[in-house]
Structure formats: structure tokens, C-alpha cells
Design a protein around this ligand. Structure first.
Ligand code: ZN
Length: 496
């Protein structure tokens, strides 16, 4: 037993080091690397991916995991036990998927975001189509290799990102949203709200936006010694440990609030990982337990804290100071109404809180169809536009604003999107629970975000991946998942 544990830990150390270098490469690729560097970098990446594969598939390592899994009950350390369970589950990929196919896919998805970005830039779906077809084809084969008596097809991919959530559960969740939200959104967005041209037609200089994002870092106590903020095409968070978790945002000079809420959103993700118990840094348990729980944190920071009146009462003066000409005649009340407006829009990442989940629903239906084979990649643009019309009530005129808008599929991630909607629903449930123990409005009014960070650390963040999404939700809210918290929260907030 002790020997197997030792072997396991030795391999873990090596794997974590290789993954760290891969992580650094991809961080560089997304933030700083010049365009022409892709070919050279891909060559190096391929060598490293092969080396990592050798380590992860070494018979000695697999044997150690198999042995430890077979005698799980005898492992005293509960964290190690959880890790072995996860490792055993992940090993299925190495055991069941042919090596050539796996490596070819890894290389493909390391290049694909570049192809996607170009295609999006040029509004040319055809340019991205062959790559996406290969990605979908791989995933359709993958689910065949990995199927079990319980899980088949799209369920395999969904379970990867949110343990325990299958099509059956998501269908129920999304049916609730279709029933409760689609008609409600039509009602709320029927009257178009008007806002000062100062908010909608001004130019907001990049330099001042950068200053405000830097100010927000201090407001939220996102630790500068353990994180940093850069710019990328699509904002994201990327981290390896409780000492290094980085974020990006994107500045648009014709849109003041986009960078603000991207920065707050990504800080929600980053603070979650930075507040993981440091004892998990050298294990595979560091990081969020699932995408849904991860997204619940970012959505809570962005929407529930970051768009509240209590928050802006404190911080609006700073924003006015940075944009004096543009905001001089815009009252706090009007600004608050503006950042909480609900409207039919095209871009998911820019969508408001009310319509957001409906954008996700479009992607859920399409992924389900692609994996089952009912929807072909070549038909995606047409299908996309049709579903947008049905759910959100608006159709894109270009693929850049439609099917090409998200990076995820190019990274090989199918089954990921639905967790975004789930995250918002978790957040609503957690907010209710936190508010019983902590006066959140009072904390925001007194600029005491550390009190909120501390509650979340104790009830959610510290556990990292040592507990499942369902266990975390139970610890934090003392009850099982209930999507009606989310529906009621939205109806209460957006009822006109
Ligand atoms: Zn997010």
C-alpha cells in the first residue's frame, strides 16, 4: 500500500510540473505571443504533449492507481481517497481511447483557437468549419469509447464538467427556464428602455478603463502578489495554485461597462481558486470542484455584488472621476438602471443577467444535436439563428455575432456551456444562504468585501475539489439544488 502511494505521489509531482509548463505556454499564447509564433510553438507543444502522455499512461502509474482504487477503504487520508477516485475515472480516457487519436486531438485543439479567432475576425464560418468538424467527430468517438451502462452519448461530456448532471437533469432545468423565463423575457423586453447618449455614444478611453479595472482589483482584494490582469480577445481566468491565478479582460472604447464586468466576473473565478486551502496545491484537488460551482462564484461577484446599488453608491464617484466628461450628467440612478437593463442581444458574454441563460440554452440544444448526429456542423449557422429567434427573440445578421462568437468549441469543449446557466442558479441559492448569516448590502455599503470573501472561503472556496458540487451546495445552503431560487430572484429583480 505505502509503495503504491509513494509511486502515485511521485508521478503526480511530475505530471503537475508538465501541466504547469503547458499552462504557461497557453497563457502566453492567449495574452502576449505574436501571431507568427504559432507554428514553432505547436512543434514544441507536440513534443511536450507526447512526453506528458508517456508519464500519464506509464504502466507503473496506472497500476498504482488501480491498486489503490481496489483498496480505497484502507486509505486513511480522505483527500487522497477522493483523488484516487478522480484519477481512476480519468484513467478511463487513457485506457479506452487510442493514443494516436488522443494526441492528434490535443494538437488540434492547441491550434484550433487560433483558426477560430481568424475565422471570427473575418466573419468566415467556412474557415473554421473543417476544424470544428474534426473536433465534433472526435467527441462523438470519445463518448463511444467511454460509455458505461449508466452514461451514454452527451451525458458522458456533461458529467465531465458537472458531476452528476446528465441530459435528464439539464432538460428538466432548462424546461423550467423555458416555461418561466422565455415568456417573462418577452414581457420585460417589450418596452425598450432609453438611456443618456452620454452612456451609449461616448468614447471611453482605454487608459482610464485600465485604471478602473486596477482600482477594482483593490476593492475586491484580489491579491496582486498572487494574481495579475492582462488583456485577451475573450476574458478568462487561468491558474495553477493558491499562489498563482491570473485573469484577463477586454477593453472596448465604445463600451464602458464591458471591461468592468468582465474584470469582476473573472475575479470571482480567481478569488475562488486563490482561497482554496493551500494544502491542495501539490495535489490534483486544487481548483474549483466543477464548472457550475466555479461559474456560481463569478456570477455572484459580477451580478449580485457588482451590479448592486449598494456597491455603486460607494464606487460610482471613482468612475465619474475617471470619465468626467462622459458621466458628468449621468446620475448614479441612471447608471444603475443602465447596468441592470434587460434587452434582447446577440453576444452571450455581453448579455444581461436576465437573458443570459437563454443564450446558453441555444448552445445546449446545438451540442445535444451535434453529439447525437442530428445536427451537422455545416448547418450550425442556420440552426443557431433559428434558436436565437425562438429563445432570445433576436437573430444575428453575421456569423461573427452568431455561431462564431465563443472560443469554447475550438478548445474542444463540448458539454461545458450548460454549466454557465447552472452556475447562475447555484449563485442565487447561495446568495440567499449567505444573506441569512451576513448582511450583504451592509458589507457592500461599507466597502467590506473581505467579509463576503471570508464567508465564501469558509462555505465554498476552501474545499477546492475535495467535495462534489452537490456536497458543496449542501454545505453552503443546507439544501439540495432548487432552480426556483434563480427564477424567483430574476422575476423579483426584473419585474417592471
Ligand atoms: Zn466565467
Amino acid at each position: 500500500m505505502e509503495t503504491f502511494i509513494q509511486t502515485y505521489q511521485d508521478y503526480r509531482k511530475k505530471i503537475k510540473a508538465y501541466r504547469y509548463f503547458g499552462w504557461l505556454m497557453s497563457w502566453d499564447q492567449e495574452t502576449e505571443a505574436p501571431d507568427a509564433s504559432i507554428e514553432y510553438r505547436t512543434k514544441q507543444y507536440q513534443v511536450m504533449a507526447e512526453e506528458l502522455y508517456k508519464i500519464e499512461s506509464a504502466p507503473e502509474y496506472i497500476d498504482a492507481i488501480d491498486h489503490l482504487y481496489a483498496s480505497l477503504d484502507r486509505i486513511q487520508d480522505t483527500d487522497l481517497r477522493t483523488e484516487i477516485k478522480h484519477a481512476y475515472k480519468q484513467l478511463r480516457v487513457i485506457k479506452l481511447v487510442p493514443k494516436d487519436e488522443l494526441i492528434a486531438h490535443q494538437v488540434l485543439v492547441s491550434q484550433a483557437p487560433h483558426t477560430w479567432a481568424k475565422a471570427k475576425n473575418e466573419n468566415n464560418f467556412e474557415m473554421f468549419r473543417p476544424t470544428l468538424e474534426k473536433i465534433v467527430e472526435f467527441n462523438r468517438k470519445l463518448v463511444k469509447y467511454l460509455e458505461t451502462p449508466e452514461l451514454k452519448g452527451y451525458d458522458i461530456l456533461l458529467d465531465e464538467y458537472e458531476e452528476g448532471f446528465t441530459q435528464k437533469e439539464y432538460d428538466l432545468f432548462f424546461d423550467t427556464l423555458k416555461r418561466e423565463l422565455v415568456p417573462f423575457v418577452k414581457e420585460v423586453t417589450a418596452v425598450k428602455q432609453k438611456f443618456s447618449r452620454k452612456l451609449t455614444h461616448s468614447v471611453f478611453p482605454r487608459e482610464s478603463q485600465i485604471k478602473f479595472s486596477q482600482y477594482l482589483i483593490d476593492v475586491f482584494h484580489y491579491d496582486r502578489s498572487r494574481g495579475l490582469l492582462k488583456e485577451s480577445a475573450h476574458p478568462f481566468t487561468s491558474g495553477v495554485s493558491s499562489t498563482d491565478t491570473r485573469i484577463t479582460t477586454h477593453y472596448y472604447e465604445n463600451n464602458l461597462v464591458s471591461s468592468i464586468f468582465s474584470t469582476i466576473h473573472e475575479m470571482g473565478h480567481a478569488i475562488y481558486e486563490l482561497q482554496n486551502d493551500p494544502k491542495y496545491d501539490d495535489t490534483f484537488l486544487h481548483g474549483g470542484t466543477s464548472l457550475g460551482i466555479h461559474e456560481s462564484q463569478s456570477r455572484m461577484y459580477e451580478n449580485m455584488l457588482g451590479r448592486s446599488m449598494a456597491f455603486w453608491k460607494v464606487h460610482y464617484p471613482k468612475l465619474v472621476e475617471l470619465f468626467p466628461k462622459q458621466l458628468k450628467q449621468v446620475s448614479l440612478e441612471e447608471f444603475h438602471r443602465y447596468i441592470n437593463r434587460a434587452e434582447r442581444s446577440l453576444i452571450r458574454t455581453e448579455a444581461d443577467e436576465l437573458t443570459y441563460a437563454l443564450h446558453v440554452m441555444v448552445r445546449y440544444e446545438l451540442e445535444k444535436g451535434m453529439i447525437s448526429g442530428k445536427i451537422k456542423v455545416k448547418d450550425l449557422p442556420k440552426k443557431w439563428n433559428k434558436l436565437m429567434g425562438e429563445f432570445v427573440g433576436i437573430k444575428p445578421k453575421t456569423d461573427k455575432e452568431g455561431v462564431l462568437q465563443d472560443v469554447h468549441w475550438s478548445g474542444g469543449m463540448l458539454g461545458y456551456f450548460p454549466t454557465y446557466a447552472l452556475g447562475s442558479a447555484y449563485a442565487a441559492q447561495m446568495y440567499q444562504a449567505m444573506n441569512k448569516e451576513l448582511d450583504i448590502e451592509e458589507a457592500l455599503s461599507s466597502n467590506n468585501i473581505p467579509a463576503i470573501n471570508a464567508w465564501l472561503k469558509e462555505h465554498v472556496h476552501q474545499f477546492a475539489s475535495s467535495k462534489s458540487p452537490k456536497e458543496i451546495l449542501l454545505i453552503a445552503t443546507k439544501e439540495a439544488f432548487n432552480p426556483m431560487y434563480y427564477v424567483n430572484y430574476l422575476k423579483n429583480k426584473f419585474q417592471r
